[in-house]
Structure formats: C-alpha cells, structure tokens
Write a protein that binds this ligand. Sequence first.
Ligand SMILES: Cc1cc2nc3c(=O)[nH]c(=O)nc-3n(C[C@H](O)[C@H](O)[C@H](O)COP(=O)(O)OP(=O)(O)OC[C@H]3O[C@@H](n4cnc5c(N)ncnc54)[C@H](O)[C@@H]3O)c2cc1C
Length: 554
Amino acid sequence: MAEKNYIALRIEGMTCDGCARHVTEALKAVPGVEDAQVGSWKSGQATIVAEAGVKEAELTEAVKKSGYRAILREKRPLECERRVPSRNGAEYDLMTIGGGSAAFAAAIKAAELGAKVAIVEKGTIGGTCVNIGCVPSKTLIKAAEVCYHSAYPNFEGLTACPPPSDWQRVVEQKNDLVAALREGKYVNVAEMYPNITIIRGEAKLLGGRKIAVDGKTYTPGKILVATGSHNWAPPISGLEEAGYIDSTLALDLKELPESLIIIGGGAIGLEFAQLFARFGVRVMILEAGPRVAMAEEPEIGEAIVKYLEGEKVRVCANVKIKKVERADGEVRVHTEMNGVREICTAKQLMVATGRRANSAGFGLEEAGVKLGKKGEILVNEHLQTDNSDIYAAGDCIGDPMYVYVAAYAGGLAVENALNGAGKVYDLFALPRVTFTDPQIASVGLMEAEAKAKGLQVDTSVLDLKNVPRALASRDTRGLIKLVAEKETGRLLGAHVLAADAGEVIQEATLAIRFGLTVQDLVETFHPYLTMVEGIKLAALTFKKDVAKLSCCAA
Ligand SMILES: Cc1cc2nc3c(=O)[nH]c(=O)nc-3n(C[C@H](O)[C@H](O)[C@H](O)COP(=O)(O)OP(=O)(O)OC[C@H]3O[C@@H](n4cnc5c(N)ncnc54)[C@H](O)[C@@H]3O)c2cc1C
C-alpha cells in the first residue's frame, strides 16, 4: 500500500461558503490528493489526505491560484504509529537541557507517550517563570495594587502617591509563594511521573547526540534544548561601571530606593515602573523609541502614559543615552531628549531592554546547531535544529518570550521528535498581556499592521466610560479597539486597556482563531456588568453610537 500523508492547512482570505468550496476543489485537483475538506469558511482550516510524494508547496500554490492564502499547520504519515521509536540501548529517549517551563511541558508529553526522559537543570528547578519571572513579578504587582487602591478606593482623579509600605514583608510573602509553586508545580509534578528523572548539573553538547553532565556522558535518542534567556543590556558608555539592577535583582531588593530610573518602556519596564511607584519610589522611564508600549496600538500607548503620569511616574520617549555614571551615592544618566540635553539622576538604575537566548558556552555550534543574529537558536517549523536529533523550544529560540508559548513549543517539539508528528509551530492568534493597572492585552493585528499587509480594514474605539462594569467599579480608565476586515467583518485584532484586560482578551482570541466576525460578537450573549461586555459594545460601535443604547445593549 502506497504511503499517505495527513496534512492540515490554515486558509486565510475566505469570506463565504463559496470560498470554502473553491479551496476544496483547488486542493482536490492537485495530483496525488485523495481527499480534501474545508469544514466551513469560518474555520479557516483545510485537511488533506495525499500520497506521500505530494509536496506542501503544491498544495499552498493551488490555494494561492484560487485566490486565498494557505499556511502549513501539520504534516505527518496518515497511519503514523503513535509509539516512541526503540531506544537502541540508550538510557533515555529524550534529554532536555534546562528545567524550566518548556522542558517540563516536553518531559510530561514525552512521559505520556511512554518515553523515558531526563531533565538536566544547572540552576533552580522551574526556570524563569516560577522563580524570577511571571509568578514573583505578578504577586508583587498585585500587592502594590492592593496597597494603592486601598489608599485610593475611588480611582478616578488620582493625584498623590500612597504611603510607603512594608516592602520586606511583601518580598518575604512573594518568596513563600514562589517556593510553594516551585514545589507544587515542578518538583512534585516530576515525582508523579516515574519515567522522568531530574539530573542536577550543567549540560554540555559534545556533538551528534552526546551530552556531558558533570563528567558523565549520555547518548539519548533525542535532545531538546530549553535553556531559556537572560536579561540583556545595550552597550551604553559607563553602564557596567556604574552598576544597575535588572528584573531579577529588582524582585529581591533588600530595601526600596528613594528614586529609580528605568531604561526601557516595554512590558517589563512599565510593570516595574508602576509597581515601584506604588510603593512610594520616585520613578522615571527612559525609552529610546518614539513612545512606550511600542508593541501596542498608539491609542493604548498614549493612554497608559497618562495613567502612569497620574501616579507621578515621569515617562520620557525619544531618549538618546550618552553615558551613565555613578557619583555621590546616585546614578546620573546623561541624555538627549528631542534635541535637549538633560542629566537625569536617581538613587538606583534599572535596565529593562529585553532578553536574549541562553545559547552560548554549552556546545551548540559544535553540535551543528545554528544561531541567529541575537543568539537565538535557529529552528525549522517543526522546532528541529540543523542537527536532526536536536530540537529547541522556549525563550532560547527567541521572541515571543512567554511561558505559554514555551510550554506549547516544548510539547510540540517532543511530539515531532519522538513520534514524527510533523506538527507545525504556529503562533496565529497569540494573545499577550502587560500587567500594568489598567492592564494592556492584545491579540491579532494592529490597524497599521493590517494595512501594511494590504488588508482593507474598519476599526472601532470604545472608551470604557461606555462600559457599565467600568462605571459600576468606578474605574473607567481605558479603551477597547477592534480591527476588522472591511469586506467580511472578520475580526483581525483586538486591543484592550482595562482592569482585567487579560481576562477580556480571551474572547477576542477565540474569535480570531475561529474566524468569527464582528456581527458574531454582537449576536453572542454577554453577561451584564462584566468587563467582557465591552467587547460586544466595541463590536456594536462599528455601526452604532453606543452612548444612545440602553443598559443591556442590544
Ligand atoms: C520579570 C519577568 C516577568 C515575566 N512575566 C511573564 C508573564 O506574566 N507571562 C508570561 O507568559 N511570561 C512571562 N515572562 C516570560 C516567561 O517567564 C518565560 O517566557 C518562560 O519562563 C521561559 O521558559 P523556558 O522554559 O524557555 O526557559 P526557563 O524557564 O528560563 O528555563 C531554562 C532553564 O535552563 C537552565 N539552563 C540553561 N543552560 C543550561 C545548561 N547548559 N545545562 C542545564 N541547565 C541549563 C536554566 O538554569 C533555566 O532554569 C516573564 C519573564 C520575566 C523575566
């Protein structure tokens, strides 16, 4: 019997059932295709059964010729035996280098597939997220928020800073939470899987499939590199000599500085600026780009500046830093802002200018693994490196660096490595959240991005003063911006600045993922007095003035 492949494609540009028929016919006409199905145009998915010789390029080209775009999502042998290949005498089917989120997701998936796995970790088990990332930063942010909002129960018209709080106690509570989650979600979880072994030590690749850990050599079936990333600082004259803190050190300060300059106005810079300001620190942000929150819609970037300034944070954009020096117990940052020179001073300096992959010093290049310009590990769409036995996942393959992306990548890489599943790393409809207050959450395309792709779009911008939940909570800070395809009304992007925007964004994520339209959002029930009702109101705003609607907008 001839070998056959199962292939899944994401199809973009379909606007009606007729489009789905055209795509189906175009795919079925490719020689060697036995069956092709497109569920509905909204699903944006095509599944194909084809002879093994049919190349994905033939399929994507056929879709293109019929007027649509196709992106490969999965390709694997149809009767792919879901069984781990023989270990050939190797001690482990899989070894991960690193014991963070990507590695744990990978190890659990491998164990579920029946494989024997070793996680090699040189530092603290659990990696960045639980120890020095998401968990500690978000619990400190929440503490600052509680302290701030209890000082100012009615958030509108904020003018002053809250009194300083017991920072040391807050840090201790943060450390307790981190220890509990590390134990509960990593150490104990690993113990629940008899097939998973944790090896403490630094792994070094020796070429081929060989790994050395503290003098012992292993030759596992496959290797997953999941070594994470580190804080990165740009080359600024005097920076290293003057000394600075990064996000890791900021989470563990013994005492709060009286004043703080933060270089970098991205997600981490903004979160820490507000966190420290709320604990009574005088904070200033220096951003090289034309505005902070560059990854977000301009309306949102402008609004968050307004709210931060309302909390006495000084936000400066278009800043060129000439040099940094430390003297008389303070740090001096020599800047040029919009052509004007200014020396900014503070007791402490924090650098929040992004993270870079951990890819140096453990033999990657010797093992035939190629690196990109910023040191990120280069992988193909199946997360396989140039060494066919080595896969990579998580922060070490570069942006976007989020824990849910790392975990997804770890699981997918293992299915491909051990089962030949042929799954494609696909970040379509990826939401992101910046945990300021109000939060910034986005998914899909910004207006400018959609236009740059040649799409005709409509947008709606809804001020939260129109959202009953915001009024009832007496917190109308924020807005919701939706971007939709003009012709079809298909939702392309959603951008939310609101308390709990991180929760609200999930509706838009599903809508974009499954090709829903603005009208679908309007016709869906939304419970009254919830923030997510704002999505429906923003959808209504495309055609109506929501100020003229009664409470339960119809
Ligand atoms: C301050 C901060 C806040 C964040 N907040 C969020 C958030 O709110 N939401 C979100 O989704 N993401 C957030 N992130 C990002 C998130 O933490 C990371 O994307 C995620 O933890 C990366 O997981 P990983 O498995 O790729 O790497 P890591 O978790 O960093 O794991 C890599 C591990 O590899 C080990 N290692 C490295 N080299 C070797 C070697 N040679 N041998 C053995 N072990 C080795 C390291 O010690 C480390 O433990 C935040 C990050 C930071 C810094």
